[in-house]
Structures are given as C-alpha cells and as structure tokens.
Design a protein around this ligand. Structure first.
Ligand code: HAM
Length: 416
C-alpha cells in the first residue's frame, strides 16, 4: 500500500474527471458503496478464486461479524442494488480503492484504485457494446494507443458449466504434462488453467476444447451481435477463446484491455463482463448485469510508458512577497483567493531574496512585492516571474484587476 502525493494526486483526480464526464454523458450516475462489507458479499466472486481464497483482508469485527475490505466494487454495487431496488436500468459509475493481499510488483499493489461502471437490468447485447465503448473511449481520451481489447463469451450458466466439465476432463487426461501449479488449479478451478502464462502448460492448453463448441444458440447470437456492434463503432478487438478472467461471476461477454507497454504479468489495464446470476446469488430477483473496472495505477503506468496524460501543473498563479510585517500579505492572499486566483505566500517573513526564492519555487507566474516603500505609497509592485521579468507598480486597490487581466493574457499566449 502506498502514500500518494502531488502531482500524482492531481493527476489521478484529472483521470477520474475524464471518466466521470464520459460516464455521465452516457447516463451513468455515481455510486459509492462502502469499503467494508460482510464477507458473504464477496464470497460470490468464487471461493475457488485467488482473490477470495488468498487475497482478501477479512476479519471478525468487535460484534463478531465476518467482514472484509472490498477486493473490487462490483459485488458491493450489486449488493446495494439488491438492498435498495432502484428502478432498472440502473446505470452507475464509481471510483475507489480496493484491497488485495497480492504479491506486490510494478502495477500490482495491495491497495489500488479503480474506475468502473455497472448496469443492472438489461439483457440487450447493444448495452455490452455501450459498456465496452465507455471503457475503450476513456482509455483513448487519455491518449493511450498501445492497447488491445480482447473479448470472449463464456456462454450462459449451463454452457459454462458443461464447458468447465469438459476442460476438467481434458486436463485430467493430460495431468502428467501439466506443471505442479496447474494441476492444483485444475482441481479447484479448471477454467483458470486456460489463461496460464507458463510455457509448459500453454502447450497442453492450446489443444483444450474450445468454448465455441459449447455456446448455446442464444449466447452465440448475443456474442455475434456484440462483435458486430463493436465493429460498427470502429472499436478494434481480438476474440480470445482462452480468456477466462479471475472472478467466477462472469457469464457470456467477458473482456480485457491490455497495455502492451507494461510487463506481461501485469498488463491488463482493465476488464469486465456480464454477471447475470450475481444479483440472484446475493438474494435479489434474477437480474442481468454487466460492467467493467479499469485500474488507475496501471493506466498511469501505461501513460508514463507512452508519455501521454502528464500530471497537470499544480503551481499557483501569484506569490505574495511581503517584507513588512506580513499583514498586507495576509489580507491580499485572502482577497486574491476570493477572486478566484491561486495565491500563496511565505510565513515567518524573511529577506526579499529568500522570499523571491520561495516565489520561484512555487511556480507562480507573478510575484506581488510589498515593501515599506510600496506600503506607504498605497501601492504594490507586480513582477512577471516568467518571460521577460516585466515589472510595474499599481495601486493596492487595483492589484486584483491588474493580475486578472495579465493572467488572462498569459493564458491566451500559452494556448495560442
Ligand atoms: P479485475 O480484472 O479483477 O476486475 O480488476 C480490474 C482491473 O483492476 C485490472 O485490470 C487491473 O488494471 C486493476 N487491478 C486489479 N488488481 C490490481 C492490483 N493488485 N494492483 C493494481 N491494479 C489492480 C474487477 O475488479 C471486476 N470488478 C471488473 C468488473 C466490473 N467486472 C464486471 N464489472
């Protein structure tokens, strides 16, 4: 788990804003489920999955209830849907931290931030296209281009079950050729062996039965319609029949977005899919659901690798340097901030030279200098800290207007 500081924090806020704007334009409202839930909410993600069996921070609280820090937000969002039964379609977006006790690596942390969206109550495959396009267009809006969308359909619950049994039987026949780890996984969760990264297991997996043979007519038609929709929107994709995903609630459409600029072990910047049985599993009526989450930490690593979406500048507009007793600085920064300018100052006085150093370090465009000379004349000196160091004296009562006008001109110059 890590601490985040400027400018990283500002950059993350900007990223969430990019996503929130897109989601809200598509009719999604923000949802904030709690960070801690009863353990049972998360067990529906599959007790055989690593996330549930090894990585969850779970404990008993002082009332003796089993609770856990959320390892993702989907289960909590669906629990909230079941509890509050909002009208459907229920379209929501979120941004928040999740916790998984994973082995830390670049792009794999124990506390990480996600942005995501979920829709409850719609079976239409065109919604799958909308949801995928929201994820894809957010990534494109960040400026990322070295990314791929991979997609699969695991069929409905019956198809998935039949497929899983067939894969289990196939893996049992090839047990001797599998690695020790794959054998253990095959026993707990046979489908998970399919997306193995180990070369020795890959050879076995390459000839495993294909999900395509197990999809019912209805789920095959749903999948075809999703692929046709993506093509029609110009979203490139690759069908990847071995894409299984790490959580057990998925049915039919599943997808991942991979950034090739990242280490192969942690290159999924996002993933999602349908989870049509989850609301029912959590005690609600049968309700279709689909969504995705993008990992903010990995998105930003990918942005670094592609040199896009830099941290926005966090400097102030104006730095007030007061070499008198500081009362003028106290009042002026207040007035400037109230007028909508970003203004800072030095506390504890100091010489003109040392205060000017602080002004330079602040990144401000303009310094306002107040010395005893200015004070007695009822004026201040404005000094441009960028460009040519232009300097002028203005009446104290005109400082605000003079700065607003000059900062406005500076901005026009930089955007021109
Ligand atoms: P997930 O694939 O487990 O899916 O996580 C989504 C994304 O979160 C990953 O692609 C990755 O970018 C990021 N992520 C996951 N674990 C870590 C970690 N330890 N450190 C850094 N980043 C991480 C879900 O969470 C599902 N809830 C997605 C979903 C929503 N499916 C349907 N609706």
């Amino acid at each position: 788990m890590h601490d985040l500081f400027e400018p990283e924090t500002t950059r993350r806020r900007a990223l969430v804003r990019v996503f929130a704007e897109r989601a809200e334009r598509a009719g999604y409202g923000e949802v904030r489920p709690p960070v801690l839930e009863e353990l049972g909410v998360f067990l529906r993600m599959g007790e055989a999955t690593d996330v549930v069996s090894k990585e969850m921070y779970e404990f008993e609280d002082k009332d003796g209830r089993r609770v856990a820090l959320r390892p993702e937000l989907t289960a909590g969002v669906v629990r909230a849907f079941v509890q509050h039964h909002p009208p459907t379609p229920w379209k929501v977006w979120y941004a928040g931290t999740s916790f998984r006790r994973e082995r830390p690596a670049a792009g794999r942390y124990r506390a990480f931030d996600q942005i995501g969206a979920e829709v409850l109550g719609v079976d239409d495959p065109d919604l799958d296209v909308e949801v995928i396009s929201l994820a894809w267009s957010t990534i494109a809006a960040l400026g990322l281009s070295d990314v791929r969308l991979i997609i699969n359909s695991l069929g409905d619950q019956v198809d998935r079950q039949r497929y899983s049994e067939s894969v289990a039987a196939y893996l049992a026949d090839h047990r001797d050729e599998l690695s020790e780890a794959a054998r253990a996984t095959a026993e707990r969760n046979p489908l998970r062996v399919l997306d193995t990264k180990r070369p020795e297991d890959r050879a076995v997996v390459a000839s495993a039965p294909s999900i395509a043979e197990f999809r019912s007519e209805a789920s095959a038609a749903h999948f075809e319609r999703v692929l046709a929709g993506l093509s029609s929107l110009g979203i490139p994709f690759g069908v990847e029949e071995r894409l299984v995903r790490g959580l057990d609630y998925y049915r039919r459409t599943t997808f991942e977005i991979v950034a090739d600029s990242l280490d192969a072990a942690q290159n999924a910047v996002g993933g999602g899919g349908r989870y049509d049985g989850l609301a029912e599993d959590l005690g609600g009526p049968p309700t279709d659901g689909i969504g995705f989450a993008l990992g903010i930490d990995r998105l930003l690593l990918a942005c670094d690798a592609e040199a896009v979406f830099p941290a926005p500048p966090t400097s102030v507009d104006v730095y007030v340097v007061d070499t008198t007793d500081g009362a003028a600085a106290r009042n002026l920064v207040h007035q400037l901030r109230e007028a909508g300018l970003a203004a800072d100052r030095r506390y504890g006085g100091g010489s003109l030279k040392s205060q000017m150093k602080s002004a330079d370090r602040s990144g401000a465009r303009w310094a306002v200098l107040i010395g005893s000379d200015e004070l007695s004349a009822g004026e201040v000196t404005l000094r441009n800290l960028r460009a040519d160091g232009e300097q002028l004296r203005v009446a104290s009562s005109d400082v605000r207007a003079a700065l607003l006008e000059r900062l406005h001109t500076d901005r026009e110059d930089t955007t021109a």
